[in-house]
Design a protein around this ligand. Sequence first.
Ligand code: GLC
Length: 463
Amino acid sequence: MAKVGGLADVVGALPKYQTNAGHQVRVIVPCYDTKFKKENDFECVHWGNVQLGNFNFPFKVLKETTNKLGYELYLIEIEELFGKPNVYGYEDDIERFLSFQIATLDWITVRGEAPTIINCHDHHTGLIPFMIKYGYKYESLRNIRTVITIHNGLYQGCIGFDKLHYLPEFDLIHVGFLEWNHSLNSLAVGVKCAHAATTVSPGYLNEINISANGLEDLFKSVRSKSKGILNGIDFEVWDSHNDPMIDKKYSDKTFKAGKQKNKERLCEQFQLDPAKPLFSFIGRLFEEKGGDLLPQASALALSENFENINILILGSGNTEIEKQLIQLRNEHKGNYNVFIGYNEELAHLIYAGSDFILMPSRVEPCGLNQMYALRYGTVPIVRRTGGLRDTVIDFGDNGNGICHDQASVEDMCYSINRAVKLYDDKINFSKIIKKGMATDHSWERVCQEYIEIYNLIIEKNEI
Ligand code: GLC
């Protein structure tokens, strides 16, 4: 329906596997003006008005009718606020996501059948656990158990207290739950009020006790109701044996020839040399992801290796980083290229045709790219942080990838140089690739961990 980053991959896949495991799952998202919305059929199952202080926004609840995603999808259509193509980044984001949360609960209140669990994702849904517990008009929902899943604790959805009157009425005795560092912090509210909090990897759960953009003490204090659950990946979508988006399908037996074929296709498209190792980066070009290191690290790695490697970058984000990456094209023709933007099909081909994937992230709550890469026999080169630390072990320690500790150009280049040597050591390189391809990060297993949390908070029965 809509995608900015990994959260969409997770919310798009986890419900499918929960449904397959026998649960009744519904996904509710704002109705953004996307291609999916235009190309699919919906039925209006409810309509109403969201009251936001003195504002009033009409809304509709649209149900996707074909069930093509493997679960029921509902869109909350608030034309005035969400009839735009992007997911976020607008001046009225506070009004948009507050209205979404209120409309959702208003609908559930009249729907007749309330869910047992609501699993909220990130700060955009952080006020739902509070409103369910304390909102006067949501009294009939009090038995619903809530979980908040944190995909990224850096973004917290802070709202000035001048907008407190936007919230549906509640007993002011509970106003303290809303406050963190003098503002109404949506993520903090969710973490305080939900019955359980999950992060998208165990490593990230440990890290946010030390560094979480001001929420460290809060995360420490809720440790007993928190759990780090490593994301899965959708093996039906990310499968080198059966991927319609790549040039040549392959297995762990045929990966050499298969990957080479895909690499040739990529190299032809981007004027690179298929005889040399190919290092790729896929992702958002921001400091958080180490995007700012890419221009300098690429230039240095290319010169240190006498242009005997290829580097290919797919992403968009910070315009300064984009500019530097485009500039580099002129200096390293034939060995380096960049595609500014995002293209799902190209991403699949890059995983299939690259030898190494670069993930120099400063912060990485889970990271899915390294798992996709492993699945496609592409060796991940990662900075040890969050979920990257949990999923990639250095080959020097008998692992499946290459790791370094600092988010720096020097550390990145050191790893790239080690990778070049590994690439030439064909026997060991193949062993590491095979190990990666055999890693099981399937949702089937992971989805059970979510079910366990749900069961736990149902049994506890705490309000
Ligand atoms: C966010 C995080 C990323 C994680 C994804 C899915 O995008 O930055 O690390 O993999 O959410 O949980």
